[in-house]
Design a protein around this ligand. Structure first.
Ligand code: PLP
Length: 384
């Protein structure tokens, strides 16, 4: 098959499955409102859970950082791109989360790829929750190690896999809060099973950091679990972008030698690190924002209980409504837009076949009115 025929076949398959993706530019897409041209919608698709992307302390820190240091880092951290703003943020994150060290990456995707590819060897195995994020599963399948996926949030299934012999080392991988389901991993049980089998545990807490646990320290802190590797990302509750890997001194030294996404990539701008440090301070003092979010979650779940859709078992800002069929999910999302609410239709392959859903995200930037308007729009859209 020629290149063109191969590409055309893949595109046609997506179209036939009603899973063809497109992107539309916005004027504003992170906050309470999604603005596009003359139109605006109440935004229930943003991961900016605490509304920090527009917090004055954070935007000011970025602006002042850009004025002081310029807008780019100038290179990889291994050359001249490691600034005292990066070092200061790494130290603050490590202290806050109780790890020896933190290493900054330009994205969560890069951090997950880097860690897995630097650590895993041919004789090793990776045991990952079946619903782990694409960045984890892709890194795992690209690595020379054997990948086995265990049933979602099932510590018993993990134990069964751990009981099987392995010549090398085992890395257990899970998310703290699952990005498409909003449910939390049974971290204490997964950590115990891993410890007993002398496996290491890696937790990607992209959706838990900043929102869960005392002071927003995330899922692991809330479960009193200290994994060997904790990945936190900054595109969600931090309201910015980037990521950090939290680990021991020796593992940080190892990743500094072997994590290719760190070595061969331009580091984040120092101004961004300054903005992230400001965001961290807001998160540390952010109990009022977290309670506001918790209040919205309760209001939404109470109101949505009688909808003719399956409300996922989630206590977090991610509140999916499982629809099943791709076309129906898209039609519902469209009807919600016609009623002023922007909700994403998530379809396979992002989620398992037959579980297309409306992925609703609630944030501290919402008002009570927004939640009520969403509920009204959902009841209307389901009746149509
Ligand atoms: C669980 C999880 N891990 C990693 C990522 C990737 O992080 P980033 O957006 O910083 O690349 C995401 C989503 O963006 C995610 O949901």
């Amino acid at each position: 098959m020629s290149w063109q025929a191969r590409i055309d076949a893949a595109l046609n398959e997506r179209r036939e499955n009603h899973a063809f993706r497109t992107r539309e530019p916005n004027e504003q897409g992170n906050g309470r409102w999604l603005v596009r041209g003359e139109q605006r919608w109440r935004n229930f698709s943003s991961n900016d859970y605490l509304g920090l992307s527009q917090h004055p302390d954070v935007t000011r820190a970025w602006r002042q950082g850009a004025e002081r240091y310029g807008v780019g880092s100038g290179g990889s951290g291994h050359v001249t791109g490691y600034h005292r703003e990066h070092a200061g943020l790494e130290a603050a994150l490590a202290q806050w989360l109780g790890f020896d060290r933190a290493l900054l990456f330009i994205s969560g995707f890069a951090a997950n790829q880097a860690v897995i590819s630097a650590l895993m060897q041919k004789e090793d195995r990776l045991l990952a929750d079946r619903l782990s994020h694409a960045s984890l599963l892709e890194a795992a399948s690209l690595s020379p190690a054997r990948l086995r996926r265990f049933a979602h949030n099932d510590a018993g299934a993990l134990r069964n896999l751990l009981a099987k012999p392995c010549d090398g080392q085992t890395l257990v991988v899970t998310e703290g809060v699952f990005s498409m389901d909003g449910d939390s991993a049974p971290l204490a049980q997964l950590a115990q099973a891993s410890r007993e089998a002398k496996a290491w545990l890696m937790v990607d807490d992209a959706h838990g950091i900043g929102v869960l646990g005392e002071g927003g320290r995330g899922s692991c802190f809330a479960s009193q679990v200290h994994p060997e590797l904790l990945i936190v990302t900054f595109g969600k509750a931090f309201g910015v972008s980037g990521a950090a890997v939290l680990c021991s001194h020796s593992l940080a030294d190892y990743l500094t030698q072997f994590a290719r996404h760190l070595i061969y990539s331009t580091s984040m701008p120092p101004a961004q690190a300054a903005a992230l440090h400001a965001s961290l301070r807001v998160i540390q003092q952010g109990d009022a924002l977290r309670s506001r979010l918790a209040h919205h979650i309760t209001r939404f779940r109470t109101g949505a209980a009688a909808l003719p859709l399956t409300l996922a078992e989630s206590a977090t800002a991610i509140q999916p409504l499982i629809v099943g069929d791709n076309l129906r999910t898209q039609a519902l999302a469209q009807r919600l837009r016609e009623r002023g609410c922007w909700v994403s239709a998530i379809r396979p392959p992002t989620v398992p076949a037959g579980t297309a859903r409306l992925r609703i995200t609630l944030t501290a930037a919402h008002e009570n009115d927004d939640i009520d308007a969403l509920l009204e729009a959902l009841y209307d859209a389901c009746r149509e």
